[in-house]
Design a binder for this molecule. Structure first.
Ligand code: ADP
Ligand code: MG
Length: 337
């Protein structure tokens, strides 16, 4: 039986990398956010070509999977809902398969078809409503949301109802990081760290004496950190904060993660950090745990292998909850000491 160790009842929120000075490092913009590639000192010669290669991968994934670009295959899928199936590249098809897999693993807490709900609340490029959506409009839109109804067959996808729409924003960056990870390994690089907007995966170490250190940002203090996580080589970490992206409706703030079971934006959690064997798992589950909260997260963690969690409740004084495996690699900052 998995146990959460309840840690400190202090204010606190999510994570950022501690940039190790002197290491070769390059940043670029993709999918509307910042990506950073850092290599061990031995690989300085490779920083330009590998960054260029990773950037091409990220940009290609964005052009296929963006919910914001009208020419993306994912947008085409939503346009063709109820009418025709759409063919996807191998990578984009894999992302759709994985999104459905995480839907199953989380009993629909993660749902790639939640997009019509997100739009109702003013996300995914839709106008922010002046007042909260009515219960009736929410139950109408809920009929269009069900990851099980997305039909995936031989590289094509089909949405059976007009009005259904797909958004893989909850896992696309994690998937991209795993592809970048594979590219670095194939290029013979043993020590590296990739950070794509809080989706991180590392290999090896920054130097012989150290491990890669990831700062977990304080959710209520943009400049502060709760502490650091020493990230073992090969593993991935994702941190997501409910205050990073939100809309204001009639003076109330709503988070960009939607509960596909109720149709309402999630509440109650300030920040989530997931440690996992790969970045796509960390990304998907960090989104899903906002929906499930702690109790159901525990059940999912028992099914998922080697996944660890740090969850900060959205209350004062703030509660932090750790799985033992996360606590083992976490070093509290001065505010928690
Ligand atoms: P980011 O790092 O961009 O904040 P997250 O990994 O936290 O992304 O996931 C949030 C994104 O996932 C939302 O912007 C939306 O695109 C999508 N999303 C929102 N709710 C859900 C959900 N319940 N299941 C799957 N994806 C979701
Ligand atoms: Mg995510």
């Amino acid at each position: 039986m998995l146990d959460f160790a309840r840690a400190w009842g202090l204010r606190g929120m999510p994570g950022r990398i501690f940039h190790t000075p002197d290491l070769p490092s390059r940043s670029f913009q993709s999918m509307g956010t910042l990506a950073t590639v850092t290599l061990g000192a031995d690989y300085a010669d490779l920083i330009e070509p590998i960054t260029k290669h990773i950037r091409e991968i990220f940009d290609r994934l964005e052009s296929e999977m963006s919910a914001y670009r009208s020419d993306s295959a994912v947008r085409e899928l939503s346009r063709m809902a109820g009418a025709a199936s759409v063919a996807f590249s191998e990578d984009a098809y894999r992302v759709l398969q994985l999104s459905q897999h995480f839907g199953e693993l989380t009993s629909g807490a993660f749902d790639p078809t939640a997009s019509p709900l997100a739009k109702l609340w003013g996300f995914n490029g839709a106008p922010v409503p002046v007042t909260q959506p009515s219960g009736q409009s929410i139950s109408e839109v809920l009929k269009l949301v069900d990851y099980r109804r997305m039909i995936l067959r031989e590289g094509t996808a089909f949405l059976p109802l007009q009005g259904m729409a797909v958004d893989v924003g909850g896992i696309a960056k994690g998937y991209a990081v795993d592809r970048a990870y594979d590219s670095c390994v194939s290029a013979g690089i043993h020590d590296f760290l990739i950070d794509f907007s809080g989706n991180v995966r590392a290999a090896g170490r920054p130097s012989q004496r150290e491990r890669w250190q990831i700062g977990v940002r304080d959710p209520f203090d943009g400049d502060g950190v709760l502490g650091k996580i020493a990230l073992p080589g090969g593993l991935a970490l994702a941190t997501s904060g409910s205050y990073e992206r939100f809309v204001d409706i009639a003076g109330q703030r709503f988070s960009h993660v939607i509960n596909p079971r109720t149709g309402y934006p999630v509440t109650g959690t300030a920040s989530i950090t997931v440690l996992a064997p790969d970045a796509v798992t960390a990304d998907a589950l960090s989104t899903a745990f906002f929906v499930t909260g702690l109790k159901e997260a525990r059940d999912i963690l028992e099914k998922a292998h080697s996944v660890e969690l740090l969850l900060a409740l959205d209350r004062y004084p703030m509660d932090l909850w750790f799985t033992p495996g996360l606590e083992a690699v976490f070093k509290p900052g001065p505010r928690l000491g």
